[in-house]
Ligand binder design. Structure first.
Ligand SMILES: *Cc1c(COP(=O)(O)O)cnc(C)c1O
Length: 428
């Protein structure tokens, strides 16, 4: 039996076939330390949330201090300093023009909030629109609305009856970007599109697919032309991952709605924010109660999480984080470069601190097996990597060292041989 001893059900885990989950006793910088003392290099930032490194001392201290004064406080009819200061800081740091902050508790929820803001806006201005345009291969979370605007496939098949229909535009492959823009034009011309939801520059779960900032700028232009709201899901890309604080900065654009979560607290605690332009907020102001923004979750604006986010922002402002990001981007480029021209790999790419490459796989059978076998192979070398099918990506915390990266890429270079041996001779 591989099912866990504790009565737990783990996320995205096939308990019938996957190894028993490893017990982590401690985290430290770029490492997870297991109960039996293994130090595992966290090369995917614990699912993309840890930015500076695990347990940054300033954020830990801020959390401890916050618990001396507050725990959860109802956020309707009441407010508190951590939330107010956080909102001010986010408006100051986000692309100019985003003026209001709605706080929630996960990336998925921040997307649900964005969708409701968009539909509510058009209804409240008296010009209701019903459709949402999305980018092919997108991922926006696992709640029903977030799944609806994301790519459909094995992960969503069972829930298809509950998903609403959306208008997908093709992913802007290099050299075929015009087709994406033309598709958006065509969708927008129909006149019923409330919003376009996209991950700016890097589509994470959809295979670390990257596209050029100029394309994002064009998407912005087309949305503006048709009065369609642009929703930038920066849940993964925010907080330096793509080289700038938010990915939208590279394109010089401001979306109408921006979602952020994962790195918002440095990855320490669950918290999310949906930022929007003042017009969207203003459209909900009315003596008619029916125009209220009807959304909440029990832990909206949790003061401890807000304090963690404020401490994260202080780290960005007081430590040379931007320099670390630039340095990491350069170190990643130096190491991924060796795979360009290596015929065992294709699509070698990097955006900011994120590097990815596709393992050339001979057939679909290999493809289906590749993910779990690669994961086991890396773990046997004390490296946490979770390839997306045949896509190997390295998305480390910013404290990772050049030597740590060398260890990762040396293992990546060995990976094709492992898959070439078909009958599972992978050490667990
Ligand atoms: C992870 C992710 C989400 C979902 O965030 P959760 O906190 O897991 O709900 C949404 N959008 C993007 C782009 C993500 O990478």
């Amino acid at each position: 039996m591989t099912v866990p001893k504790a009565p737990l059900w783990h996320p995205f885990t096939q308990h019938a076939t996957e190894p028993v989950p490893l017990p982590v006793a401690r985290t430290e910088g770029a490492f997870l330390v297991t109960e039996d003392g293994r130090r595992i290099l966290d090369a995917i930032s614990s699912w993309w949330v840890i930015t500076h490194g695990h347990r940054h001392p300033a954020i830990a201290a801020a959390i401890r201090a916050a618990t001396e004064r507050l725990d959860q406080v109802i956020f309707a009819g009441f407010t508190h300093e951590p939330a107010e200061r956080l909102a001010e800081a986010l408006v100051r740091l986000a692309p100019p023009g985003l003026a209001r902050v709605f706080l929630s508790d996960s990336g998925s929820t921040s997307v649900e909030v964005a969708l409701k803001m968009a539909l509510g806006y058009f209804r409240n201005i008296g010009a209701p629109r019903r459709r949402i345009a999305v980018m092919e291969h997108g991922y926006h979370g696992d709640t029903i609305g977030a799944m609806s605007v994301g790519a459909r496939g094995i992960f969503t098949a069972a829930y298809e009856p509950l998903l609403f229909s959306v208008d997908p535009i093709p992913f802007p492959e290099e050299g075929r970007e015009q087709a994406t823009l033309d598709a958006l034009e065509a969708v927008c011309r129909e006149g019923d599109t409330a919003a376009l939801v996209v991950e700016p520059l890097v589509l994470g779960a959809g295979g670390m697919r990257t596209y050029r900032p100029a394309v994002l700028a064009e998407l912005r232009r087309i949305c503006t032309c048709h009065g369609v709201l642009l929703v930038a899901d920066e849940v993964m890309t925010g907080w330096g991952r793509t080289g700038t604080l938010f990915a939208c900065e590279a394109a010089g654009i401001t979306p109408d709605i921006l979602c952020t979560s994962k790195g918002l607290t440095g990855g320490f605690l669950p918290l999310a924010a949906t930022l929007c332009r003042e017009e969207i907020f203003a459209a909900h102001l009315s003596s008619d109660r029916g125009r209220t923004f009807f959304h909440s979750s029990s832990f909206t604006a949790n003061p401890i999480a807000c304090a963690a986010a404020l401490a994260n922002i202080a780290v960005w402002e007081q430590e040379p984080v931007a320099e670390r990001v630039t340095h990491l981007a350069r170190m990643q480029e130096e190491r991924i470069a060796r795979f360009r021209g290596d015929r065992r790999f294709t699509g070698v790419r990097r955006t900011g601190t994120i590097a990815a490459l596709d393992l050339a796989v001979p057939d679909a059978g290999y493809l289906a097996e590749a993910g779990p076998r690669l994961r086991a192979f890396f773990l046997a070398r004390n490296i946490l990597l979770r390839p997306l099918g045949n896509v190997i990506y390295v998305l480390p915390p910013y404290c990772v060292t050049g030597a740590d990266l060398d260890r990762i890429y040396d293992a990546v270079a060995e990976a094709p041989e492992v898959l070439a041996v078909r009958s599972g001779a992978v050490a667990a």
